[in-house]
Design a protein around this ligand. Structure first.
Ligand SMILES: NC(=O)c1ccc[n+]([C@@H]2O[C@H](COP(=O)([O-])OP(=O)(O)OC[C@H]3O[C@@H](n4cnc5c(N)ncnc54)[C@H](OP(=O)(O)O)[C@@H]3O)[C@@H](O)[C@H]2O)c1
Length: 335
């Protein structure tokens, strides 16, 4: 078996190593991994600027699809041949988030999925959607976060959401919008990506370079009402416009910070004028992941894949994501 370790920060620090996967202990299963995918976080990790400690060497990446190849004693929930996704937080099965779940995050402070096999507790996986092949490697972080944002907002059909950018979280939210019966307005700083965002599920798109005050465009497109949910992935550069385009009492799902993690806000605008509800997100738990996979299956939704890179050149996948040119998830083929 082979794995790729991050032995030093920087793309050149990714090195292939030989590994051996022993028989799974009681209560565990071994997975043969087929494909993995990258998130924004994985760039932060490889570049040594993640917000949490990453002890080196580490096996990077958290999102994968695999097949159960060996079953440890006492495991009844899984059989050889089951196709599954590992959890980003292996210990978060149900209920609210607890800080102890941060102690084990795949591909950060806990060995990740950029390898051909891994052994996990039997509770730390969910069944992959049956209709998906390697595209199922895209679901653990970006899709689950978008899913949690939409389900936590308890939106009624016909209401409006806003997505920011054309990254993984935004694209999944656009694909889910149809399923939830909501109207989606996509905001992008890359006008040439607009046709792809409309094809993904947006009913309108706003070029944030042409419309610096893009919140006004959201108000115009909603007859002055505003959006009921904004999936805020931009951070400080976009938050003010997210509030401007928000309907009074609407929710801002506080997800990401691609423009930087520090936020400035005018509380008069955010809380008094807009009565905004800011709702933080930390991916999701196994119960939510399982519900999302069943919904993807029921609606036949296929994640958008930008490119698939060979295991031996995983650094190319990182470079592709870093380029910002991708529309869709960037995959590494593991088998
Ligand atoms: N809280 C959580 O649980 C959670 C889970 C997943 C992701 N996140 C966070 O959410 C954010 C997005 O993640 P992702 O995986 O979807 O990202 P991604 O795939 O890397 O996409 C980022 C997109 O943001 C846009 N963008 C880039 N620089 C920007 C800037 N300076 N200002 C505004 N927009 C910019 C670009 O779209 P355009 O070219 O179309 O503008 C780009 O495609 C990241 O900060 C990530 O860490 C958080």
């Amino acid at each position: 078996m082979k794995a790729i370790e991050l032995q030093a920060f920087g793309f050149d620090g990714l090195r292939m190593v030989d590994t051996h996967e022993p028989d799974p202990p009681p209560g565990h299963v071994t997975l043969r991994l087929h494909a993995a995918s990258l998130n924004f976080r994985d760039l932060e990790i490889v570049e040594g600027r993640y917000g949490m400690p990453v002890p080196l060497p580490c096996i990077p990446l958290s999102d994968a699809v695999g097949t159960v190849s060996r079953v440890g004693a006492g495991v009844t929930a899984w059989q050889e041949g089951d196709r599954v996704n590992p959890l980003f937080f292996p210990d978060w099965i149900d209920g609210p988030f607890h800080p102890r779940y941060f102690e084990r995050q795949l591909g950060g402070n806990h060995p990740g999925v950029l390898r051909q096999a891994m052994t996990v507790p039997a509770y730390a996986i969910v069944r992959a959607p049956r209709h998906l092949g390697d595209e199922a490697a895209t679901l653990s972080v970006a899709a689950l976060t978008a899913w949690a944002a939409l389900t936590d907002a308890a939106l009624q059909p016909g209401l409006t959401i806003v997505t920011i950018g054309s990254g993984g979280v935004a694209l999944f939210a656009l694909q889910f919008a149809t399923m939830f019966g909501v109207r989606a307005i996509a905001v992008t700083s890359s006008a040439h990506k607009i046709p792809r965002l409309l094809a993904a599920g947006a009913s309108a798109a706003v070029d944030s370079r042409a419309h610096g005050e893009w919140g006004e465009e959201v108000l115009r497109l909603t007859d002055g009402v505003g959006a009921h949910l904004v999936l805020e992935t931009g951070g400080n550069a976009t938050f003010g416009q997210s509030i401007l385009g928000l309907a009074p009492g609407g929710m801002v799902a506080m997800i990401g910070y691609v423009s930087g993690p520090r936020l400035e806000m005018d509380m008069r605008q955010v809380f008094i004028a807009k009565r905004a509800r800011l709702h933080g997100h930390t991916v999701g738990n196994a119960r939510q992941f399982d519900a999302m996979n069943r919904a993807l299956e029921a609606h036949g939704i296929v994640p958008l894949v930008d490119s698939v890179h060979p295991f031996a050149d995983a650094a190319a996948a990182y470079r592709r994501l870093a380029s910002g040119a991708n529309v869709g998830k960037v995959l590494v083929k593991l088998d």
